[in-house]
Design a protein around this ligand. Structure first.
Ligand SMILES: [Zn+2]
Length: 140
């Protein structure tokens, strides 16, 4: 797959519309969000926490750990963001993706198509509730 370079921006609140290829980092919310790097338009939300994701900012580029496994999106893409560069998992082994910690937390609210029924049922209830609460908070 093609190499994708990402930009990053530190924000207090996430904008209504995200730009493709930009990683939005909210320190107050301890959240990172970006549009799926495959270009499908789905939004990936990665909470920053000791048991969730870790963001590394070296002053120039950002890295996220662990990987981003969007198995509940139609694209089922799986990649790492290291030094603002997307490293694709070319194996795309379903078994591996389904065990990825990232997978359970990928949340979609893509405006064009919306999550599929499968994606909705795969979405943990607590996460969608959490997202709804956050979304209300952001709109105030
Ligand atoms: Zn995608």
């Amino acid at each position: 797959m093609r190499e994708v370079r990402l930009a990053h921006v530190f924000v207090d609140r996430f904008p209504e519309r995200l730009d493709q290829g930009v990683v939005y980092i909210s320190v107050p919310f301890a959240l990172v969000t970006h549009l799926c790097c495959c270009g499908c338009g789905y939004e990936v939300v990665t909470p920053l926490a000791p048991q969730e994701w870790k963001l590394t900012f070296d002053g120039v580029s950002v890295s996220l750990h662990p990987s981003i496994g969007n198995w509940n999106f139609p694209c089922k893409s799986h990649y790492w963001i290291r030094n603002s560069t997307v490293h694709w998992d070319t194996r795309r082994a379903d078994k591996e993706i389904s065990t990825s910690r990232a997978a359970a937390h990928a949340v979609s609210r893509a405006p064009r198509t919306g999550p599929t029924a499968a994606a909705k049922s795969a979405m943990p209830f607590s996460i969608s509730k959490w997202w709804a609460a956050l979304w209300r908070h952001k709109r105030r």
